[in-house]
Design a protein around this ligand. Structure first.
Ligand code: BES
Ligand code: MN
Ligand code: ZN
Length: 497
């Protein structure tokens, strides 16, 4: 149930009527005595009273109550449900009695609850059952940290078609976001370009998708200099995966390109200690793209969604690409590698050119691309750049709609000259100032003429290192999946123009 900050005291939120009744109408007073303030994310557990079936009631803060007649914001509900679900880890089942004004609110509560009920435990030797199937580790035991297993929503209109559809959509979406989280959390000694590609092949089989994997031989034959250059220092060679969902009635095709650096050591331009501990997360873009394609399949969207996973491991070795090397990219352009740690743009460039060949209606790339974007926007907001201002605005609005924090970023033309190279067509690095924008300008040069393209730099929100909050756990977050799925839905319904 929800509890909000009222004018004078805390107020039980709509949906909590039965609980309040069981407490003889004194729920607000009981909660206040227990110190509840209604602040967002606050969790208060109390033993149930009256004839409630559940043994425990969890009151979760919703912040200031909305003005009379206004509904709670969906992201507030999503986070509240997530906080409650996290607080209920170790519990078998729970009923969520939060305000369900409409089907969208029900979807938000379901999403928050399902995303909150997540744990990555595949590598714990006391092996609480996580969501990762078939991981190589001990099984059994430790139910205390096992995520909440069964979730029901109370209230709303469960028999209503819209509510049913919303709940089903939330389930598919959360399952796929949790798939992305699992991939991101998987340690880089187990997830490399080859095993990542195998995951895509398995999913393709499960969902009836078309999948093609270019291995190092095929990449060489095709002239994918960016992917090969970045991957050449690693023992595990690079891969380019094309994972395609098609619908017979689709009028549009959306291409999604994900940065899939399964580990970013920086290469010869090695990252110092303190900067490499979380770099298994550098494939979060590819994980988001993967999850979006499978989500589109689960939802049966009337749109074609082609995912491109640009997979490589960035390692230093005697065979690694050096600062000063020149690579010939898939597009034919030459790139002087000045910093081997600016590897994401190299693998993405090849995938963007390849994706452009199929003339999709739009391309969106997703990448943990630059530390500069984290400096600019912080840890929870992704940056959006585009060669088409309307498309950038659309993505920003969609992200807002689905409760993901984002901000539109410019592509100042004057930053291009910083990437002029004395020997090649372009260098992979430019001015330090505005580094996130420089990276975007680099990518833009590899997008096909006349194709609407946007770039999401998720380096901040992809991986959460702080204390868990709402439905966000430590580790991979699944950032941008909700935005991309909604984009696919909007493309399917034809309201993107
Ligand atoms: N993967 C990193 C960016 C990153 C930083 C992701 C922090 C997540 C959290 C990327 O490959 C990188 O190293 N970028 C360099 C680019 C620079 C060398 C031009 C950076 O941002 O420092
Ligand atoms: Mn790097
Ligand atoms: Zn990187």
């Amino acid at each position: 149930m929800g509890v909000a900050k009222g004018a004078k005291s805390v107020v039980p939120a709509p949906g909590a009527e039965a609980v309040d009744e069981a407490f003889g109408g004194k729920l607000a007073a009981v909660l206040e005595t227990l110190g509840a303030t209604g602040a967002e994310g606050e969790v208060t557990k109390l033993p149930a009273a009256g004839d409630l079936k559940a043994p425990v009631v969890v009151a979760v803060g919703l912040g200031t109550a909305p003005a009379k007649g206004d509904a709670y914001d969906n992201e507030t509900l999503r986070r509240a449900a997530g906080s409650a679900a996290r607080a209920l880890a170790g519990t078998k089942k729970a009923a969520f009695a939060l305000p369900l004004e409409d089907a969208e609110a029900a979807a938000a509560v379901a999403e928050g609850a399902l995303l909150g009920a997540y744990a990555f435990t595949a590598y714990r030797s006391n092996g609480a059952q996580g969501t990762k199937k078939g991981a190589k580790s001990a099984k059994g035991g430790d139910s205390a940290s096992a995520p909440l297993a069964e979730i029901t929503l109370t209230g709303g209109k469960p028999r209503d078609k819209e509510f049913k559809a919303a709940a089903e959509r939330a389930q598919a979406l959360a399952a796929e976001i949790n798939r992305a989280r699992d991939l991101i959390n998987m340690p880089p000694n187990d997830l490399n370009p080859k095993s990542f590609a195998a995951e895509a092949q398995a999913a393709a089989k499960e969902f009836g998708l078309k999948v093609e994997v270019l291995d190092e031989k095929a990449l060489k034959k095709g002239g994918y200099g960016g992917l090969l250059g970045v991957g050449q220092g690693a023992d595990a060679p690079p891969r380019l995966v094309r994972l395609a969902y098609t619908h017979p009635k689709a009028a549009k095709t959306l291409a999604l390109v994900g940065k899939g650096i399964t580990y970013d050591s920086g290469g010869i331009s090695l990252k110092p200690a303190g900067h490499n501990e979380t770099m298994k997360c550098d494939m979060s873009g590819a994980a988001a793209v993967f999850a979006t394609v499978t989500a589109a399949a689960r939802l049966g969207l009337e749109v074609n969604v082609t995912g491109w996973l640009a997979l490589a491991e960035n390692m230093p070795s005697g065979n690694a690409v050096r600062p000063g090397d020149v690579l010939t990219m898939y597009s034919g352009k030459t790139v002087e590698v000045l910093n081997t740690d600016a590897e994401g743009r190299l693998v993405l460039a090849d995938a963007l050119t390849r994706a452009s060949e199929e003339s999709p209606d739009a391309i969106v790339d997703v990448a943990t691309l630059t530390g500069a974007m984290v400096l600019a926007l912080g840890n929870r907001t992704f940056g959006i750049m585009a060669n088409d201002e309307a498309f950038r605005t659309t993505l920003h609005e969609i992200a807002e709609e689905v409760g993901e924090q984002s901000w539109p970023m410019p592509m100042p033309a004057e930053l291009r000259k910083g990437m002029d190279s004395p020997v090649a067509d372009i260098a992979n690095m430019g001015e330090r100032m505005g580094g996130g924008l420089v990276a975007g300008l680099f990518l833009k040069e590899f997008v096909g003429e006349g194709i609407s393209w946007a770039h999401l730099d998720i380096a901040g929100p992809a991986f959460h290192e702080g204390a868990p909050f709402g439905y966000t756990h430590k580790g991979g977050t699944g950032s941008s999946v909700r935005t991309l799925v909604r984009l696919a839905e909007r493309t399917a319904s034809g309201d993107l123009g």
